[in-house]
Design a protein around this ligand. Structure first.
Ligand SMILES: [Zn+2]
Length: 241
């Protein structure tokens, strides 16, 4: 499994709130023309980040992306995938995110990382985790030395602009049910993000209906709000590293 950082290290990666609007407020960012400018800036927060990224050298860009996605996948790009997959990904825009599934080693994590890299370069923010890491981070708040609390950890994944959940359900054998705890955690994450219209990107070695058996139909119905993409053998054109 890809190296995944504990969520307590990711606390600042949610989007800051829009500051008080100044009197000379412009209605649209002068770069993208789509989003409102951030505070007194001419640009929106995403364009501010994208412009900052453009001023970095290669090493700084890698370090920036390494804050959000696993080190091993820093070079993953959408161009690594067949044109059919890239066309298929255009459908994500009309959905609440992506559910990408296929056998182990087919390139699912590579695809999620390619999407995350693409978003980061465009100035968006991504949080990358697994359900197991999230559950561990939530449980760890009850250790005496912890200074985090459950709601703070939850806020990282509930408010993330883009949430990547890698390897969902891989640990469950055929008939196994998820624990009550991981079940509740996953439901809260998916349900809240659907209601907030925030995209979630999931990889799994199981099709959604099979994953539903480990959880329940409420989770299954939320998974079906994502764009479902099965990955097959020839979709990843070259493997790096
Ligand atoms: Zn903008």
């Amino acid at each position: 499994m890809a190296d995944v950082r504990p969520l307590s290290e990711l606390l600042p990666s949610t989007t800051p709130k829009q500051p008080e609007l100044p009197l000379n407020y412009r209605s649209f960012c002068t770069r993208c023309g789509i989003r409102p400018p951030y505070g007194a800036h001419r640009h929106c927060l995403w364009c501010i980040r994208a412009l900052e990224y453009m001023t970095m050298d290669d090493q700084q860009r890698r370090e920036y992306r390494a804050r959000y996605i696993p080190q091993h996948f820093l070079d993953a790009r959408l161009s690594d995938f067949s044109p059919a997959v890239r066309r298929d990904l255009e459908e994500i825009a009309d959905k609440q995110g992506l559910y990408c599934w296929g056998p182990v080693g087919i390139g699912k994590t590579h695809l999620l990382a390619a999407l995350a890299n693409d978003l980061l370069i465009k100035g968006a923010l991504a949080v990358w985790t697994t359900l197991e890491t999230l559950c561990c981070s939530l449980r760890s708040v009850y250790q005496p030395e912890s200074n985090a609390n459950e709601e703070k950890i939850f806020s990282v994944v509930l408010e993330a602009e883009h949430l990547f959940l890698d390897d969902l359900g891989t640990c469950y054998s055929d008939a196994a049910r998820a624990t009550d705890f991981s079940h509740k955690v996953l439901y809260r994450v998916l349900d809240t993000r659907v209601h907030k219209d925030l995209p979630t990107y999931i990889s799994s070695n199981k099709p959604p209906l099979e994953l539903e058996k480990h959880f329940d139909e409420r989770i299954g119905s939320r998974l079906h709000m994502l764009h479902i993409l099965p990955l097959k053998g020839p979709d990843l054109r070259r493997t790096k590293g």
